[in-house]
Each structure stands twice: as C-alpha cells, then as structure tokens.
Design a protein around this ligand. Structure first.
Ligand code: GLC
Length: 744
C-alpha cells in the first residue's frame, strides 16, 4: 500500500484509533519465531523448550512481581492492575498483567477505564446456575483483555464459616458442592477468553480480622470435606491456572509455605498443574516457601528475588526446584494463550455488560417473605420508597474487589477517619431503584424519602398504598462486620415505617446474611445483595412482577449472632496487630506484611458443620435456611425414584401449581449412615426447572459417587461408608418432602 495522497493526520488518527490494529503493513515487525511458537506442541513441551534457553536470572524474574502495579510511579511494565511479572523480550515471554476481578475488573478509576460491575459473587451464587456462572466469567475475561490484562485475581471460594467475614460478598456461600461448582464455572468462563483464571484464598482464610496473623486450627478431615473440597471441585471444573495462597497460618504454618496444603493436597492430591501465587505480602520466606510449593511471590521480590537466587547459589534451593516453579508458570501461560493470543486493548461492550449484569441480578434476587401476596406490586396507586439511597444507586462490595462506579459513586464517601478509609469506603453504583420503579409503575405515584428523618418517612409511608424501605449493610475486604444486625437506625426506620403501613416491604442490599428483628412486622422481604450496574432495574423488575424471582439462598440467615458456631468474632490481640506508624510509602506497607506477625489462634472446632450443617446438627432454627427462596408461583414435589449405583440417579416430578411461569431450583440432599460421623444432611445435587403454570416436569439429578463419600485421613482417601442412605428432594435444605432410603 503506497502512502500516496493520504493525509498523515488521518493516518495517525486511524492508527491511534486501533482501527487497523491488525493491518499488517509491509515490513512491520513480525513476531519472532521460536521453537516454542509451535502450537502443535503441548504447553508442557513448549515450557520445557523455553526453560532450556533461560538464564538463572531470567528464571528468578518470573518468580516474583514487579511491584504494586497500580502504585508504581517510575517506568514499569505494569498495566495498572494489582500486580504483574516482567516480560523477557529475548525469549518472547510476555508479561503477566494481573487485575483483581471478583465481580468485575477493578481499579478502573485509576486509569479512567470502565468495566461492568456484575452482581456480587454471593448474590450471583443465589441463582444456582452454572450457565450464568460461566457467562459471568466470560464477561470478566473479555473485559480483562479489553484493558490489557491476561490474568484474573478473582475466584474467591472460601466457605462461609464466619458470615461476619467482610469478604462474604465476594465468595460463593457455605456449601462446598455449590460454591466449588459455581466458582469452577466462573473461572472456566474467564479462561475461555485466553486469560489465566484464579482460585483464592487458599486456604481457611475465613475472616478478615487479623488475617495475616491468625493461626487457624482445623483437622484434616474437616478441611478436606469443606473448604478444600470447594477448591478441589472448582479446580476440577475450571483447570484454573492460578491458585492464590492466603495470609493466614493453618495449623501453625503460613499457608504460602505450608507443604501440606500446597504440595500434598493441591499439587499431588488435586493434581494441580498451574502455579501458586502468594497473596499480596503473604510470602514469608525463600527456601522454605519454595520447598513447600509456592511458585510466585506477589507483588514484590522480598523473598523470591535476590534472596531466592542466593538460596540457589548456596545450594539450599536446587535449580531443578526453580525449574519446576518456572515450568508451572510457563505451561500455564501457554495453556491459556498468553503467548499465542496477546491481549488487545479495546473499549468494553457496555450494552452487553448491562444485559448480562441485569439478567444475573434478576436471577439472584431472593424473595424471602411475601405476606398477603403484597408482591408483585400490581394495581398500586401510590408507593413510598424510603432510604438506602434508592433514589441514586445500589451498594457494592469494597476492597480489592471494588469495581469503580462509572462517573464516581453517586453517594459521596463518609469523611475518612484513617488512611485505610481513604481507599476503602462504600461505593454505590449509579443504578436507581427509584427511577426504575417509576418507569415500571408508570401509572402510580412513586415518592422518595431519604429515611434520615424517621417522622418524615413515617408520614410518607402513611400516605402510600405500599411502603418500600431499602436497607443495607456495607462490607469490604480488610474488616469484618461487628454483627449481622443492621445498623440500629436502619432497624428503627423499618420498625417505624412498618407501624405506619401494613404493606411495608424491605429490600436488603447486603453482602452477608442480616438479622431481622422486625420480620413479623413487615409484609415482604427481598434480598437483592449488591446487585451491580443494573441493580436498580433488576430490583424494580422483581418488585413489579416483570420478573418472577427464582433466587435461593447459598447461605443460611441465622436468627442472631448467638446462633453462630462462634457467637463472638475472634479478634487479634494487640501483639498480633501490624504497626503502620512508621509507614511512609506503600512499599513500607508491604515490608510490614512481609515481616509477619505473632500469631493468635482460632479453632474451627465445628469441623464438618459449616453453614446449614451446623444448624441442622445443633437443631437450631434458622431465620431463613440454606436453599430457601420464594416465587410468585408455587411448586409441588412428587414421585421420587432413586437408583443407587456408581452414579446414583435421582428423579422426581416438580409441578407448577400456581398461575405464573417460574423456575424452581430443586435440591437433593443425602443423610449418610450414622457410622459415617457426618452432619445430618449434605447437598448432593440440584436442578433448575422452568415450568409454565400447571406444568409438571420430571427432574433428574445424577449424583456421582464422590458426593456421597467421606474423607479418611489415615488412608488419605475417600470412602463410601456401607449402610443406609436417605436421599431427600425438595425446595430448600429444610423443606424436603420427598425421601427414599437406599443402601450402599
Ligand atoms: C489483596 C487480597 C487479594 C487480592 C490481592 C491483590 O490483599 O487479599 O484477594 O487479589 O491483594 O489486590
């Protein structure tokens, strides 16, 4: 192509627009061909070819980060995400550009980048939908690539042992089968976009308070059948390339230098082929961590830089061990297309993101109470919307998962009380439930009151046919909730409004379960979680009946903190708290982390009894049980048939006995023989059944043998205990009308 009569300015504009990102102008630098460019070779073979050419320095360079990417000021390869590894141009090795991406690509604000804020992870888990989980991951993978990233730091799957955990919003609930399955499909979706997926935080990192000092005590069987089981299932589905080891100690040893967790379980038993990356500042040694199975330190090189090189040169770490770390990283890069499909910076597809986010939000909202069929809102003339900043937005989860609100949070942050709260504060997504309700209820008068003045709110409620109070509980990484109770002023507002209007509905925007002292005084309750960039529209569609709610709880709502396995949150003593008083830079912060802290102990004595298993075993009532969720229609269960075998076939009929089409999430549980020493019931499968009014469907759930076994520590194997098994089917963990006994 001759550059005749082409206006240079036009050419520059076209070039800058990326419109010709793929045009190959003659003489343009072609990618150099290496022996490992041969795509017909396996990722492992390609990795081995590279390693043969690498110097020790180059190998070490791959085993640590280049610093806190988003904070780097000097020249760096960082793409502005949480971390990265440097490229090695001599060998055509690209940088690994990592970004947090739990419910969307984070930190966009720092580079003026937009990304879709999906519903939070626990919210999305309430859809019990592997297809939408995959779609969730695909969107994250697409938008990571759009911004030039090729590794996700998402995939949090720590089970909810402690629902006050500030990152409960970011995880997948309390059951290992449900959490592991959904997280697996999310990360499979991420990797479908040539981006390395990730599972975190491995392991037993089940609270934020003192996370880098806590020493978790748990027996191996309990870990293998709960938290580690979730990782195992997620890994089996996703083949995730990264596993992030966590800050805490487990049975006395930091997770990132814990050879039982990293090598015996993850790499040997789970056959994990990818690489273990430390949480940020969670590396605490060079040789010990390397021997234990840590492959990469992030974000910096306190241990896996010069120190590790010296360890090799002194002989305390063999080069063969270094090669094993490098091999895992390179083969993961090949397996996920980082060499063959370099990222291309593009504008995200905003409309597509809106559509995915709204659909998942609509399927995640859980209808908890619907007295006198107060919902859906049909035929109402006046509606009073009160509180929760419902006029301007919906809440989102904080910390490293925080997706930046486009245009900034419509609710300004409270005054910063310390350095942490300068960075970590509530952010709202600009999606207004009020605006959406007005649009859906065109004929009605829909008013708004902030709820700041209870008397004014009560007056508004009195004048309306229906009052809708929005209540919220913000949570974030780095801090736990002091309680599952909502703020006193929110409970007071709800009580006052309910006293003024018998048709009061509460819409909750929470990241964890919330207690509800007013539950008997309100007509309706909807849990909307942190519903994402189209959360207002999703909430309005459910409240007005445009969408029939299908969500079911992936986490138990207890009556109060007193019913929890640990009624009082275990907090770090002063001696286990980091001293940031001398901190002058973010690097100082990382140095404090690297130094480590004196431990304090938490004993997870509840063992196998995580979530609903605790309440079942302790015979405690729940406010709302695991698996619970109402619909605008009703369902009936009948005709259970169970055929025991290598794969146990469970089938039954679900009938829509109401007047509206709906989707029922039918669940299957098993009670193992008493000799198995297990909690009363465990989830062993589920199915989504879409049913027209009056329609019946036969639902079949195949239960693989591994869902019925128990972990035997002595033989390090899973065993099917002989005896009688009760198979149960129904609409929640506490509503199981069908049951049949089979023997194995
Ligand atoms: C944080 C989080 C982890 C995150 C990482 C990078 O401390 O624990 O989830 O991926 O650092 O931001």
């Amino acid at each position: 192509m001759r550059l005749r009569n082409v206006n240079i300015a036009t050419l520059v504009a076209v070039l800058l627009s990326g419109a010709c990102a793929y045009a190959q102008f003659p003489g343009m630098q072609q990618a150099k061909h290496y022996a490992w460019s041969d795509k017909s070779l396996s990722p492992d073979a390609r990795a081995d070819l590279v390693i043969k050419e690498m110097t020790l320095d180059e190998k070490i360079l791959l085993l640590h980060g280049g610093g806190l990417g988003m904070m780097s000021t000097g020249p760096s390869e960082s793409n502005g995400g949480a971390g990265y590894t440097r490229s090695i141009p001599r060998l055509g090795i690209p940088a690994i550009q990592m970004a947090d991406s739990a419910y969307g690509v984070t930190l966009g604000a720092m580079k003026g980048r937009y990304s879709t804020a999906l519903p939070n992870n626990l919210g999305a888990a309430s859809a019990w939908d592997t297809e939408s989980a995959y779609e969730y991951g695909q969107l994250i993978g697409r938008e990571l690539r759009n911004q030039g990233y090729n590794m996700s730091l998402g995939g949090g799957v720590n089970l909810t042992r402690e629902p006050r955990n500030g990152r409960t919003f970011e995880y997948q609930g309390e059951d290992p089968l449900l959490a592991g399955t959904l997280d697996g499909w999310v990360e499979k979706g991420v990797q479908s976009q040539h981006v390395i997926g990730d599972l975190k935080h491995y392991a037993m990192n089940d609270q934020e308070s003192g996370r880098d000092a806590v020493n978790v005590h748990a027996d191996k069987r309990s870990m293998r059948e709960t938290d580690l089981r979730a990782f195992e299932i997620a890994l089996g589905i996703s083949d995730a390339g990264g596993v992030m080891c966590s800050y805490n100690r487990v049975n006395g040893t930091y997770a990132c230098e814990n050879s039982y967790l990293l090598t015996d379980v993850l790499k040997k038993d789970f056959n994990f082929k990818g690489f273990v990356v430390s949480d940020w500042g969670a590396t605490h040694s060079d040789a010990k961590a390397s021997h234990a199975g840590l492959d990469m330190e992030q974000p910096g090189d306190f241990f896996f830089g010069e120190n590790l090189k010296k360890a090799v040169q002194s002989g305390s770490v063999s080069e063969a061990e270094i090669n094993e770390h490098v091999h895992r990283i390179l083969r993961t890069m090949f397996a996920n297309g980082l060499f063959d499909y370099p990222t291309k910076t593009e504008v995200p597809d905003v409309d597509r993101g809106y559509a995915v986010a709204q659909k998942i939000a609509e399927n995640s909202i859980v209808l908890l109470k619907n007295g006198h069929n107060v919902l859906p809102l049909t035929g109402v003339r006046t509606v009073a919307v009160i509180g929760g900043h419902a006029d301007v937005g919906v809440l989102s989860g904080g910390g490293s998962a925080q997706v930046s609100a486009p245009g900034g949070s419509p609710v300004p942050p409270p005054p910063a009380k310390d350095m942490m709260s300068m960075f970590i504060h509530p952010q709202w997504m600009p999606s207004s439930p009020l605006r959406a309700l007005k649009s859906n209820l065109a004929g009605a008068q829909v008013t708004y009151d902030s709820g700041d003045d209870v008397a004014a709110a009560v007056a508004a409620a009195k004048k309306a046919d229906v009052a809708i109070v929005f209540a919220y509980q913000w949570e974030t990484e780095s801090q736990d909730l002091p309680t599952l109770d909502l703020a006193p002023e929110q409970n007071k507002l709800i009580e006052a409004v309910a006293a003024a209007n018998s048709k009061t509905i509460v819409v909750l925007e929470t990241g964890s379960p919330a207690t509800m002292p007013w539950i008997d005084k309100v007509a309706g309750v909807v849990e909307a979680w942190y519903p994402g960039i189209r959360g207002g529209e999703a909430i309005a569609n459910v409240l007005t009946g445009a969408v029939n709610p299908t969500g079911k709880l992936a986490i138990t709502f207890p009556r109060s903190d007193a019913d929890l396995p640990h009624p009082t949150l275990v907090l770090p003593p002063p001696s286990s708290k980091p001293d940031y008083s001398h901190m002058k830079s973010i690097d100082d912060f990382m140095k404090v982390a690297a130094k480590g802290l004196p431990p304090f102990d938490i004993a997870y004595d509840e063992g196998l009894k995580v979530g609903y298993k605790w309440y079942d075993a302790e015979k405690k009532p729940a406010l709302f049980p695991f698996g619970f969720g109402l619909s605008y229609t009703t369902y009936a269960y009948s005709g259970l048939s169970v055929t025991a075998g290598e794969t146990t076939k469970v089938s039954f009929t679900v009938k829509n006995t109401g007047k509206r089409a709906g989707t029922e999430i039918a669940q299957v549980y098993a009670s193992l023989p008493d000799s198995a020493g297990e909690p009363p019931r465990r989830l062993i499968g589920w199915a989504r059944a879409e049913l027209a009014p009056g329609e019946s469907k036969q639902v079949s759930v195949d239960v693989s043998r591994d869902r019925l076994t128990v972990y035997d520590e002595a033989s390090n194997s899973w065993k099917l205990v002989p005896g009688k098994y009760v198979i149960l089917a129904g609409s929640s963990s506490r509503d199981l009308p069908l049951q049949q006994t089979v023997s194995f």
